[in-house]
Unconditional design. Structure first.
Ligand code: NAD
Ligand code: UDP
Length: 309
């Protein structure tokens, strides 16, 4: 039985990951400061004797004994990470240092939840891992993008200098049950608006694109990455290459919910990437992984979840 720490374990992705790791027979420690996560997300796990929760802020060191660490602690939606940009940078950078320090002392494997945002507004399409990105260091998204870029650098330096066994996952837009309904992300926004019969808000003209992966596919990819041999560090893209424009997504959600919502157009936020699609050849080769859940199937499950709320 492995002792596995999941920082940000009470968040959207973290709670699904904790759940899956428990079903695989591990001892799981969820660490969270509840900034964007909630007890509600993990309440169904609390009766499991192999599950433990620590209320802690990852910008402060943590002293426990573990075999593996998934470092997910960080607000992920633009609304939340821009709420206190300085804190977002501290969470990414000091959080990485504290997580890596713990991994170094305990000799644990450690996985960083990096992001497609490190590619910024990409000029290479689809994005491959060897593309260095196009990020505005001063813009409103920089606190998140640059924090995550610095965290990747820290991971690689601890690996080279201190032989820490690291894995870097570049996660592309992920959706599913337990997404925060008020964090402003496009899938949750559109579904909630459609179910309430409110206007669907498209930012910009709706021609910009994203590629959405369902949560179960991502969790599967993260665990596969953690279990690759020590000489494979990544970075590796984890995403669904099915690219869709935001207008098409709006129409799909309206159709699938049977909603009477109208579409309204609002200004595109500053530095909003125009296109995003992962090249997942590396994940397919090294992890033997690729997403299996179609957008329609994933949206169906997500709509069902939001309807139940
Ligand atoms: P989330 O906001 O639901 O989860 C983040 C969790 O981290 C929350 O539970 C929050 O309370 C916790 N947290 C934040 N700051 C903390 C701190 N200082 N100390 C301790 N805990 C803290 O977001 P998510 O979508 O589950 O994202 C999880 C991770 O995956 C993040 O690192 C995010 O950057 C990364 N990621 C997510 C996506 C996506 O589409 N959801 C895409 C790329 C990368
Ligand atoms: N978006 C939108 N309407 C919304 C919320 C988001 O048109 O109500 C757009 C947003 O401008 C972006 C895309 O949808 O172009 C994805 O936004 P999200 O915040 O989900 O993810 P990110 O921009 O971080 O990829």
């Amino acid at each position: 039985m492995k002792h596995i720490l999941v920082t940000g374990g009470a968040g959207f992705i973290g709670s699904h990951l904790c759940e899956k790791l428990l079903t695989q027979g591990n001892e799981v420690i969820c660490l969270d400061n509840y900034f964007t996560g909630s007890k509600e997300n993990i309440i169904h796990l609390l009766d499991d004797h192999h599950f433990e929760v620590i209320r802690h802020d990852i910008t402060m060191p943590v002293f426990i004994e573990v075999d593996e660490i998934y470092n997910l602690a960080c607000p992920a939606s633009p609304v939340h990470y821009q709420y206190n940009g300085i804190k977002t940078i501290k969470t990414s950078v000091m959080g990485a240092i504290n997580t890596l320090g713990l991994a170094k002392r305990t000799k644990a494997r450690v996985l960083q939840a990096s992001t497609s945002e490190i590619y910024g507004d990409p000029s290479v399409h689809p994005q491959t891992e060897d593309y260095w990105g196009n990020v505005n260091t001063l813009g409103p998204r920089a606190c998140y993008d640059e924090g995550k870029r610095c965290a990747e650098t820290l991971f690689m330096n601890y690996h080279v200098q201190n032989k820490v066994r690291v894995k870097i996952a570049r996660i592309f837009n992920t959706y599913g049950p337990r997404m925060n309904s008020n964090d402003g992300r496009v899938v949750s926004n559109f579904i909630v608006q459609a179910l309430k019969g409110e206007d669907i808000t498209i930012f910009g003209d709706g021609t910009h694109t994203r590629s959405f992966q369902y949560i179960d596919d991502l969790v599967d990819g993260l665990i596969k990455l953690m279990n690759t041999p020590d000489n494979f560090t990544g970075p590796v893209n984890l995403g669904n290459p099915g690219e869709i424009s935001i207008s098409e997504l709006a129409k799909l959600v309206i159709r699938m919910t049977g909603s009477k919502s109208e579409i309204t157009y609002m200004p595109l936020p500053e530095d909003d990437p125009r296109q995003r699609k992962p090249d997942i050849s590396l994940a397919m080769r090294e992890l033997k992984w690729q997403p299996v859940i179609t957008l329609e199937n994933g949206l169906e499950k997500t709509i069902k979840y939001f309807r139940s709320l």
